[in-house]
Design a protein around this ligand. Structure first.
Ligand SMILES: Nc1nc2c(ncn2[C@@H]2O[C@H](COP(=O)(O)OP(=O)(O)OP(=O)(O)O)[C@@H](O)[C@H]2O)c(=O)[nH]1
Ligand SMILES: [Mg+2]
Ligand SMILES: [Zn+2]
Length: 318
């Protein structure tokens, strides 16, 4: 009788089954706490943190990702799979590429400071991005110890509180507002975002005084364009919850969901748009636009509307 040979397909099937067995024998679950330059730090359920390599073709792995890990015979750790994500905070980089920022997050804390002076366009981009990705957002104004009559630049509260955005003011220097900040983060997975130098790492270090977190020195902080934090990092908070400190971005182009109108990222526009004559009104030059009417009556903040128009222009629709 002729010796029976395994077909290629049968061989592949057996190989796949063996892989599965070896994976299930070895694999563990963990959470990505940092990803920098090809080095991924994963915290296992046991609490140990390990250095991992990535299996190719897995795509972008970010802080907050839950992953399955295998350990090889040579005691190397490899990320085998990214487990299903609840959400993914994304942005678009300077080359138009969509970049993941963090996964499985509960809230985005947009950090501003008395200095460097807040950029409301950037703030509205963050808020639009969060709205489109169904991520809760709140606003934090840090360095309030530096407030005085001349540098109280924006009436943030009068614009954003009526829209339902929570607004906190803090000072890492005097401790003002830090109890409220601590309470905001408890039992949540929060991401601190904002331009370089607003104090994201200082806020993080205040909550975790024993942790080695790099903060800009005064002279460094004055250097234009310096980024002290190089990679996002997830920390566990003593009061419960996780905090992801991110590197400051100079420009944050929101990831725009092409299937949803930009206006959906502006709560007040969504509200007034119900009464526009055209259901597909862009609220730019259309007749009987309830959004433009609300603007004229002072029911919509001018800065918000102008930022909406600017975003439409940048998206090529305005
Ligand atoms: N006066 C004052 N200075 C602060 C406060 N918080 C932070 N700073 C200072 O602001 C500077 C920048 O702080 P960082 O925490 O490094 O800022 P960052 O947002 O993490 O910056 P990147 O990592 O570059 O994105 C440092 O010199 C801090 O000491 C504050 O509440 N008041
Ligand atoms: Mg930092
Ligand atoms: Zn309209």
């Amino acid at each position: 009788m002729a010796k029976r040979r395994l077909s290629e397909r049968q061989k592949n099937r057996i190989q796949a089954a063996q892989l599965e067995v070896s994976d299930s024998a070895e694999h563990q679950h963990g959470i990505v706490v940092s990803h920098q330059g090809g080095r991924i730090l994963v915290e296992l359920e046991s609490g140990n943190t390990i250095d991992c390599k990535i299996k190719s073709n897995l795509g972008n792995i970010v802080c907050g990702d839950r992953v399955a890990i295998e350990t090889t015979a040579t005691r190397e750790h490899r990320v085998l799979a990214i487990l299903a994500r609840d959400n993914l905070l994304q942005r678009v980089d300077g080359f138009g590429q969509v970049r993941a920022v963090a996964a499985n997050i509960g809230q985005l804390v947009v950090c501003l400071a008395v200095t460097p002076e807040p950029n409301l366009y950037l703030l509205d981009q963050y808020l639009l991005s969060a709205e489109q990705q169904h991520i809760e957002a709140c606003i934090l104004l840090n360095k309030i110890d530096l407030l005085n009559d001349t540098n109280d630049p924006f009436a943030l509260a009068s614009i954003y509180t009526p829209l339902g955005y929570r607004l906190l003011s803090t000072s890492v220097k005097t401790g003002q507002g830090m109890d409220e900040f601590t309470a905001l983060l408890t039992d949540q997975v929060s991401v601190l975002s904002g331009v370089s130098g607003v104090g994201k790492s200082s806020l993080t270090k205040w909550l975790l005084p024993g942790t080695d977190i790099k903060i800009a020195s005064i002279s460094e902080a004055n250097e234009e364009g310096r980024h002290t934090t190089r990679a996002s990092r997830l920390y566990h908070l003593p009061a419960g919850g996780d905090l992801i400190d991110t590197p400051g971005v100079r420009g944050f182009n929101p990831f725009v969901d092409k299937d949803r109108p930009l206006a959906h990222g502006f709560r007040e526009i969504v509200k007034f748009a119900e009464n526009c004559r055209f259901h597909n009104c862009l609220h730019l030059n259309e007749p009987d636009c309830a959004v433009v009417e609300a603007l004229a009556k002072g029911k919509i903040a001018e800065s918000r509307y102008l930022n909406y128009v600017k975003m439409q222009e940048q998206a090529g629709t305005g």
